[in-house]
Design a protein. Structure first.
Length: 263
């Protein structure tokens, strides 16, 4: 059994990305709907409903509306969802049911290139969904430019991070139903406790420290800062965290998928 070699990855991984893009183009009309209507539904629900009860939220030494506080979190959550579910359910279907991975392995593509192409595609879907959501939220004046444009490359980095950890789960789970476990134990807690719908400063200190370890927190925080047009040095710590997280789980994803597919 040959060892995993990330340094053997060539630009041929783009062929995998192109293959997934070609399939996506056939269903893009359906794929475009959630990023358009999801923020609208949240804005209506929280803007007309919950915000009247919550009032203002403290942020960066000032008081902001609840809608403007959660709008960046919606983008961050969408980044997480698109890449994670694409590289769990989507990749598992291509690997196990459609046998797409096996077919590609019969070509000059290496397994490392196939997995890289899959993860990059998951990150690309995060970027696509982010751009759509930014257009919708910008219509309500919830994103300030030009700083807001930096959310787009951040979406790719965050999408790559969650795509890599998702591919680790794909290499581990025996059946597609088992994805319910990482969704419940890994994704749902981050959805609730990563500075998304309320400031983590309202939590006990131990919970604040735990929240800081969650990768979604390091997407929510910079997206929120950039949405308010704030550029500060702390952004680099979030980027560094996501970069290290991506490298670690990218390598683990290659190892787990290598163990699963190479007999």
């Amino acid at each position: 059994m040959s060892a995993v070699n990330p340094f053997s990855i060539s630009r041929r991984f783009i062929r995998v990305w192109q293959r997934n893009l070609a399939v996506y183009r056939k269903t893009w009309k359906i794929s475009f709907l959630p990023p358009i209507f999801e923020p609208l539904l949240y804005i209506v629900a929280f803007g007309l409903g919950l915000s009247t009860l919550v009032g203002k939220i403290p942020f960066q030494g000032s008081q902001v509306s609840y809608v403007s506080f959660i709008a960046p979190a919606l983008i961050a959550v969408n980044i997480m969802y698109n890449s994670f579910f694409e590289n769990t359910f989507g990749s598992f279907v291509r690997m196990y049911y459609q046998k797409t991975f096996q077919a590609m392995m019969a070509t000059p593509l290496s397994l490392e290139e196939i997995i890289t192409g899959e993860i990059v595609w998951g990150a690309t879907k995060s970027v696509i969904a982010t751009v759509i959501m930014m257009v919708v939220l910008s219509a309500f004046g919830l994103i300030r430019y030009p700083a807001g444009l930096l959310i787009i490359p951040l979406a790719f980095l965050g999408g790559f991070a969650f795509g890599a950890v998702a591919m680790c789960f794909t290499g581990l789970v025996p059946t597609i139903d088992m994805f319910n476990l990482p969704t419940f134990l890994f994704i749902t807690p981050m959805f609730l406790f990563s500075d998304t719908f309320f400031p983590v400063s309202s939590l006990p200190m131990w919970a604040q420290r735990l929240s800081f370890l969650l990768p979604l927190t390091h997407i929510v925080v910079p997206v929120r800062l950039l949405s308010f047009g704030i550029l500060e040095g702390s952004l680099w710590w979030n980027i560094l965290y996501l970069a290290i997280f991506s490298l670690i789980f990218f390598h683990l994803a290659l190892v787990k998928m290598h163990h699963r597919l190479i007999r």
